[in-house]
Design a protein around this ligand. Structure first.
Ligand code: GLC
Length: 527
């Protein structure tokens, strides 16, 4: 039997935005528990929850001030335990987001660390004296400006590769590793099924903290090569240690958010089974909606990761947007959402869904006055921020889309009257119904879950077609990226239609197939 995280489908929940049970405008854990039946019916195998720990919420939970409890805005530890129990009762696993590169500046570790130069926690973070009246080196924060902040208390600078309120931990200090190991054990003992590892490629920094070399780029951040704090060998060594701990518990997994443009990201698989189980490849975030571009990312990643490794795929998340808005702004939006869903759910590799993508939720435009995301506040209007991709889950028609009885913390996204669970559940032609069809099909079809991946064309034009094969079962997938119809010569014999955006399941096909514009079709080869 293949492990669950290899065969399964994982659904990312941004807890602030999924379901608000107490009317304060912010989603919470009881809200998620109340909707587990929906997730079970959708057919997902695991949930990844973005951070739920106590946090001053400067980066909405990615700034943790206590790794062992639940932020009151999301509920209590009892609520969490109930969520895990209820999810497990439905065969759904629960994965937590672990932010280990940095803590909040309000974490007691950092409060001690900043209090004096000789505090025992001083060396848990990266403190340095300034140089020539400025910061210790030229490193930049992902969120803008210098990565160093001067702390008046001791006159030294601390490193923060993200927000000033997110000081970086010193991963060369073994006490830090030991403390984090304990935190993992704490959650594993509670029955958590795995972790999504935030900026897994950042942990250990070059000991000398040398300046970054410059390179060509369009923004200050991209005009530096960040080679002294990304993908260091010592970082891989940390993850290998954590993997050993994980392996002492049955059926657990870890997925890395590693290098964002995937340079070196395959390294987090180690030799295939001695580092992290999965690593995101964000290649599809940056590509245009072209069969050739998408296929290149997929083929390349399948070749790059070790043969014992297993890919995973993602089209949207809480940082990079909603793919329907990226790929399909215009008249064919829902049609393209269907083709994209067929891609995600028939590729070789674990699919990660971002809450609401099954409804074809769009990105919302957030006016300047309503922006709360730190990089959005800093870079607007060059960068609009991430609030628009974190809008409330759309459950029903109505002003808050059934998300809350209060005022949602962020406005509801566009077309929520039409794109919501209640309306789409009743419509067999909705995007939601199509996701349900595809997920069911994937669950029932070993070749789609575990099969090999063989593209039909080296350089596809408008149609990306591929075969997935497993233990004698052969499935063909054809995706028409164009809005015009296109001919396709079926290879290998006669097929039965398993699912299509444009035709009934059941009939047999062979020879030349004419795909409608924006058609996705999944076919089973007759033996
Ligand atoms: C990751 C998270 C992002 C967060 C950042 C800092 O990239 O996905 O949301 O802002 O790390 O923790």
């Amino acid at each position: 039997m293949a492990p669950w995280w290899k065969e399964g489908i994982i659904y990312q929940i941004y807890p602030r935005s999924f379901a608000d049970s107490n009317g304060d405008g912010v989603g919470d854990l009881p809200g998620i528990t109340a909707h587990l039946d929906y997730l079970q019916e959708l057919g997902v195998d695991g949930l990844w929850l973005s951070p739920i720990y106590p946090s001053p919420m400067k980066d909405f939970g990615y700034d943790i001030s206590d790794y062992r409890s639940i932020d009151p805005v999301f509920g209590t530890m009892a609520d969490f335990e109930e969520l895990v129990r209820e999810a497990h009762a439905r065969g759904i696993r629960v994965i937590l987001d672990m932010v280990m590169n940095h803590t909040s500046d309000q974490h007691p570790w950092f409060e001690a660390s900043r209090s004096s130069k000789d505090n025992p926690r001083r060396d848990w973070y990266l403190w340095r004296p300034g140089k020539d009246g400025g910061p210790p080196n030229n490193w930049l924060s992902v969120f803008g400006g210098s990565a160093w902040e001067k702390d008046e208390r001791t006159g030294e600078y601390y490193l923060h590769l993200f927000h000033t309120s997110q000081p970086d931990l010193n991963w060369r200090n073994p006490e830090v590793t030991a403390a984090m190991m304990d935190i993992w054990r704490f959650w594993l003992d509670k029955g958590v099924d795995g972790f999504r590892l935030d900026v897994a490629h950042f942990l250990v920094k070059d000991a000398g903290l040398p300046d970054n070399p410059s390179k060509f780029g369009l923004t200050p951040y991209t005009r530096q090569r960040h080679e002294h704090h990304i993908n260091l060998a010592e970082t891989h060594a940390v993850w290998k240690e954590f993997r050993k701990l994980l392996d002492t518990y049955p059926d657990r997994m870890a997925v890395a958010e590693a290098d964002l443009d995937a340079v070196g990201a395959e390294g987090y698989y180690g030799s295939g089974d001695d580092e992290l189980h999965l690593t995101f490849n964000f290649g599809l975030f940056w590509r245009r909606w072209r069969a050739s571009e998408v296929q290149r990312v997929v083929v390349d990643w399948n070749q790059r990761i070790p043969s014992a490794g297993w890919p995973c795929w993602v089209l949207s998340n809480h940082d990079f947007g909603r793919h329907v808005s990226r790929w399909a702004a215009g008249t064919h939006t829902d049609a393209r959402a269907r083709v994209a869903a067929a891609l995600l759910l028939t590729l070789r590799g674990t699919p990660f869904l971002y809450y609401g993508e099954e409804l074809a939720m769009r990105r919302a435009y957030i006016p300047r006055a309503e922006i709360v995301d730190p990089p959005g506040l800093r870079y607007w209007p060059l960068y609009l921020g991430r609030d628009g991709l974190r809008t409330p889950m759309q459950w029903t028609p109505g002003p808050t889309a059934g998300f809350s009885t209060g005022k949602p913390w962020v406005r509801v996204g566009p077309e929520a009257e039409r794109l919501n669970v209640e309306v789409e559940s009743k419509d067999p032609d909705s995007v939601l119904s199509w996701y349900r069809t595809l997920i069911r099909l994937r669950r029932e079809t070993p070749a789609l879950k575990l099969g090999s991946f063989e593209p039909w064309f080296e350089k596809p034009r408008s149609v990306m077609a591929y075969t997935r094969e497993h233990e004698g079962q052969s499935v063909a997938v054809a995706l028409n990226f164009s809005r015009f119809s296109s001919g396709l010569n079926l290879r290998g014999g006669t097929y039965t239609v398993l699912a299509s955006t444009h035709r009934e399941a059941g009939p047999e096909l062979s020879g030349k197939l004419t795909l409608a514009g924006n058609e996705a079709v999944v076919l089973l080869l007759k033996r």
